[in-house]
Write a protein that binds this ligand. Structure first.
Ligand SMILES: Cc1cc2nc3c(=O)[nH]c(=O)nc-3n(C[C@H](O)[C@H](O)[C@H](O)COP(=O)(O)OP(=O)(O)OC[C@H]3O[C@@H](n4cnc5c(N)ncnc54)[C@H](O)[C@@H]3O)c2cc1C
Length: 441
């Protein structure tokens, strides 16, 4: 096989070329206090937003991150943003409940746009819209049935694209038409993270990288959080560890399954070539069970392509090879194109298929809150849930959130090793292949 890797291939996220992870960002470890009002665990969008909202309402906030600040999915993702099109995609919801979730997801998108505008965050935000390709004619018909609901409830600006018009959005014959969504766009995820981090710093949040939070217990009227430095006591704790929750506690371990997503970046192709491939510069996703998501880079000189690749044993080059093959199925004209980057990160899946926020164990461990479970679509959602969780934790949530008020259910047979993911992955791959084969007749 011809070598698909550029000489300077990097297994770090493409985004880190602009904003590298930096262990020196944050306060020195010996400045960690032994008491505070609120401890936030996790320095992704959710943790930072929770910390900002709490600091802005007068709380002393300590944020702990096990690695360098921003090590998780918030600086690794595809940067595709929208207002709820993926809510409930991984489950079957009652129509009224789905409408409630969709309406709040739509609200979160407006809030997100206002947040980056009002705080002047240079996230390279482009309101470019999205094209969701139908992998079969039956998938196109299902999309058609959802247009009205998306427009009525989420104001998505959804329109169907006939199979013969796919080329208006994509120089590819892979999809059988699809749907465009106008209330949707793109960011540079690491620049977004950087902007939110800097705002947290300006709000007075005490940010610590390189400190792992451990067990959380009740001690007298307070909560005591063990850390890799020393314990801290606090009035409340917010868990924002998502797909990196690991063995933070058995309670979390049994409820949050980390699912890896891989991405590749091509070497520079030039703006003209990328515009030929993506004539409307929209973000692209598709209707497959194992979906592919791809886009032009913010400078429109490369293609970034993502999807599921490996599940238990990670290898950025092996994952990149798989994604490269999928990229060529969509754009055979890219044969011979090399990859400059190939990386992966974890998203979080919850048993009921819907993001969650709220108090984790109100009866046994009151004061511990969580914002978890983006199911792969968390750029807007985890920013929003972090903010809303902080309002709930400080008693300022003036109306209940559609994402709170439910118990976070555990997975009955899962105790920390997601051994079932490769099986589910293979099954979904087979079903997608079968659908596409029958569609071709
Ligand atoms: C490859 C990839 C592509 C994606 N593409 C998209 C996309 O295009 N659009 C979209 O909307 N979403 C996308 N997502 C999802 C999105 O990135 C996430 O939903 C979102 O970033 C999650 O943010 P978070 O703050 O909840 O968690 P994260 O950003 O994952 O942060 C959690 C942090 O918690 C830290 N942590 C864990 N345990 C501890 C501990 N004990 N002590 C201290 N710190 C701890 C971790 O080190 C980590 O930094 C993608 C995700 C991945 C991985």
């Amino acid at each position: 096989m011809a070598d698909i890797f550029a000489n300077d291939f990097s297994a770090d996220p493409y985004w880190w070329d602009d904003i590298p992870r930096d262990k020196s960002v944050g306060l020195p470890l010996d400045a960690l206090p032994s008491r505070t009002d609120v401890v936030v665990v996790g320095s992704g969008y959710a943790g930072l937003q929770a910390a900002i909202t709490l600091a802005q309402t007068g709380n002393d906030v300590v944020l702990l991150e096990a690695g360098p600040l921003g090590l998780g999915a918030s600086t690794r993702n595809g940067g595709m943003v929208s207002g709820g099109v993926n809510v409930g995609k991984h489950t079957v919801l009652e129509p009224a409940r789905e409408a409630e979730l969709l309406a709040e997801a739509a609200e979160s998108y407006g809030w997100f746009e206002a947040f980056i505008r009002d705080h002047d965050i240079d996230a390279v935000y482009q309101r470019c819209g999205r094209f969701v390709g139908a992998h079969t004619s039956a998938a196109w018909i299902r999309q058609q049935a959802s247009v009205e609901r998306l427009n009525d409830i989420a104001d998505s600006g959804a329109r169907m694209v006939a199979p013969g018009d796919t080329h208006l959005h994509l120089a590819s014959s892979y999809y059988k038409g699809g749907m465009t969504l106008d209330r949707s766009g793109a960011v540079h995820p690491a620049k977004l993270h950087q902007g939110v981090l800097q705002l947290a710093e300006r709000c007075g949040v005490k940010l610590f990288g390189g400190i792992r939070a451990g067990a959380i217990k009740r001690a007298d009227a307070k909560l005591l959080v063990e850390t890799s430095q020393h314990a801290i006591s606090a009035e409340s704790v917010i868990i924002a560890t998502n797909g990196y929750s690991g063995d933070l506690s058995p309670w979390h371990r049994n409820r949050v399954v980390p699912v890896p997503s891989y991405q590749i970046a091509t070497e520079e192709l030039g703006e003209d070539r990328v515009t030929e491939l993506f004539p409307t510069h929209r973000m692209i996703a598709d209707t497959k069970r194992l979906l592919s998501y791809f886009r032009p880079s913010p400078d429109r000189r490369r293609v970034l392509f993502g999807g599921r690749a490996r599940y238990l044993v990670h290898d950025p080059k092996a994952g990149a090879r798989l994604l490269h093959r999928r990229l060529l199925r969509v754009f055979p004209q890219l044969e011979g194109t090399k990859l400059s980057h190939g990386w992966w990160g974890n998203v979080a899946y919850l048993r009921d298929g819907v993001p969650h926020m709220g108090e984790s164990q109100p009866e046994t461990l009151p004061g511990v809150f969580h914002a978890l479970g983006c199911h792969g679509s968390g750029v807007v959602m985890m920013n929003w849930l972090g903010h809303r969780t902080a309002l709930e934790a400080s008693g300022r949530l003036n109306r209940p959130s559609a994402f709170s008020g439910r118990r976070l259910p555990s997975f009955p047979i899962y105790r920390g090793t997601p051994w079932f993911l490769p099986i589910i992955g293979k099954y979904y791959q087979f079903r997608d292949w079968l659908d596409m084969k029958s569609d071709r007749g």
